[in-house]
Design a protein around this ligand. Structure first.
Ligand code: ZN
Length: 233
């Protein structure tokens, strides 16, 4: 009998046919169900690029599977691997401190079900429109501090820069001592980015079935999305 791909045991038995008619096996030791005749497919860069482009322009994972014939789990694996390879955000902000305007905002989303909300905190640099930092967590002051710590700015840059936020009180403590504006319209650019994100990433949509099922995948998609976005700026 074929060896189990998970634990290597030879104690496997036939386990009926899959939907597409191929034979499946079952490992009696670890319970893994597998296709003994399946051969791993190596996808070339030329195949991967359009697929990943499509995923980052709103195509659903199941849509990719239907159109390109690549299994959604394969695409998920590429996403996780890609996210591990790219940096989260820009590491250095090159705008002169006097001209530095950072817009901060939060965007609501959820994982699995609406009862499990997540808040995506964003820091956008107005001149280059690049995302300086982002955090995915709750809406508390603690997360505001985390975002503040993630900013790639020196204390000198922070003192000269202007920070624009809404009136959410979680910003009060972290932004104590720096120039802060809460006027209407000062966060227009970051709010526009929120719209772009919701438009491009199906999983950030407010009313859809394509929401994230796990934090890990949401983080991976966002990492790649911001990486692509910053590269395009
Ligand atoms: Zn096994």
């Amino acid at each position: 009998m074929p060896e189990c791909p998970a634990c290597g045991s030879a104690q496997t038995v036939k386990n009926g046919k899959a939907k597409n008619g191929t034979q499946t096996s079952l490992c009696k030791v670890c319970g893994r169900r597998f296709h003994p005749d399946a051969k791993p497919v190596a996808h070339s860069e030329a195949t991967r690029t359009p697929i990943l482009d499509a995923v980052h322009d709103r195509m659903s994972l199941r849509g990719v599977q239907r159109v390109f014939g690549v299994h959604r789990n394969t695409v998920i694996r590429w996403n996780k691997k890609g996210a591990a390879e790219v940096r989260q955000t820009v590491s250095v902000c090159l705008t002169p401190p006097e001209e530095l305007v950072v817009e901060l905002d939060e965007l609501w989303t959820f994982v699995g079900q609406k009862k499990q909300p997540r808040w995506l905190w964003l820091a956008l640099e107005r001149r280059t429109r690049r995302v300086l930092a982002w955090v995915l967590c709750d809406r508390s002051e603690e997360t505001a501090f985390t975002l503040w710590d993630c900013l790639p700015l020196s204390p000198e840059q922070c003192l000269k820069a202007t920070f624009c936020t809404d009136l959410w009180r979680a910003y009060d403590e972290p932004l104590l001592g720096v120039k802060r504006l809460t006027r209407r319209g000062e966060t227009n650019h970051v709010e526009r980015l929120n719209c772009t994100l919701r438009q491009r990433l199906g999983r950030l949509d407010r009313k859809s079935l394509s929401f994230s099922k796990s934090d890990e995948l949401l983080e991976a998609s966002l990492t790649l999305a911001f990486h692509r976005y910053n590269l395009s700026r």
